[in-house]
Design a protein around this ligand. Sequence first.
Ligand SMILES: NC(=O)c1ccc[n+]([C@@H]2O[C@H](COP(=O)([O-])OP(=O)(O)OC[C@H]3O[C@@H](n4cnc5c(N)ncnc54)[C@H](O)[C@@H]3O)[C@@H](O)[C@H]2O)c1
Length: 434
Amino acid sequence: MRLVMVGSGYVGLVSGVCFADFGHDVVCVDKDPAKIARLKNGEVPIFEPGLDTMLEANMRAGRLSFTTDLTEAARDADAIFVAVGTPTRRGDGHADLTYVYEATREIAVLAAENAVIVTKSTVPVGTGDEVERILREVRPGANISVVSNPEFLREGAAIEDFKRPDRIVIGTDSDHARYVMTEIYRPLYINQGPLLFVSRRTSELIKYAANAFLAMKITFINEMADLCEKLDADVQDVARGIGLDNRIGAKFLHAGPGYGGSCFPKDTLALVKTAQDAKSPTRLIETVVEVNGRRKKRMAEKIIAACGGSVAGKRIAVLGLAFKPNTDDMRDAPSLDIIPALQAAGAEVIAYDPESMEQARQVLNVGFAEGPYDCIEGADALVIITEWNAFRALDLKRVKASLKSPVVVDLRNIYRPQEMKALGFTYHGIGRGA
Ligand SMILES: NC(=O)c1ccc[n+]([C@@H]2O[C@H](COP(=O)([O-])OP(=O)(O)OC[C@H]3O[C@@H](n4cnc5c(N)ncnc54)[C@H](O)[C@@H]3O)[C@@H](O)[C@H]2O)c1
């Protein structure tokens, strides 16, 4: 199949590279010339484990190319995927669909007869209807279908998720589109990745419902963590104790500083807005959004309390800036709430992250260290915000010797309280007892 990805960011690029790896001919398009120039050189502009080698192999095999010009790419494509951003719209919390509709207008002019336009971006219910309306306006009478195919990959494990998905959701009522989508995903179908065909509107809602549910699960365990701190219980054990129940499941039960990232914050908010507009408010998710927002702000207070009630004039070492490990993505990362609040309280913050410092420099005004020990040297407290593997096995004796005072605030519970206390640290985890 000949495929085009419009938008070559985290989702478009991973999807394009993986589709090429299945054997399809793929052209990835982006309107950012700098991004395309790097990609043409075989350089991956984002950090995603395994993506560079797969990209290079598929470029060499002649199945994958990059361009800023949709014209040539779209001409004989069987399917054109839209994978552009859908950030929160300024002011009202709805998803901003400007990029989706702009891309639609460009595609509508160029798409071949019988092509399928596939929305991979996360879009509110009814967006496919509007895409179709634009298409009919620009190309009346053309035989082109509009399909919803939301993406569920996780940054940091994107290739594995794309190639071994729990399910592939496809929203269409067109037989031709169903055939094209089945052909595109045939390699996965053989790997037992179930294809779920539903209506387009249902498909759009499935994506938001999935993200809202996961955000709710995280928020639930975070509230249990707060309770554990009051009742002298351990949230890690509570998570294990409930997670072993198959009806609950162990995943997404890690207490932490609150969810962030490029999807959960904007998607929960967009779902709340959609539901309010539909006069069917999702009270549960409204509360999740509110509780999570407050939590991220409260984390700075927790750190200040751990430092004896004031961080004024103190040097705080922060390990981990990205919203989660194995990505360089800083969008809505908890560090963006925590660090400015510490600085506002008078702290000097020095930070280290294995991959996200280039991105972080654009949004944070902190000192950057060369490595974890360099970061910790002479600090009044160590704060772990992202649970990179590289931080899980620090030489704790060296850490203790480097810190001016042995205060550790571990917002990801990567260390054991008893061991840390035995080593002489004043250790503060999340929900690890009174
Ligand atoms: N990042 C994730 O983990 C993830 C997971 C699942 C779904 N999604 C959804 O996928 C969509 C894309 O997310 P992302 O993280 O890849 O975004 P991103 O910001 O990394 O990438 C979007 C890209 O689209 C390009 N673009 C915008 N308009 C264009 C146009 N008209 N023509 C060509 N290129 C254009 C931008 O230059 C940018 O490179 C969003 O709707 C998001 O919610 C993201």
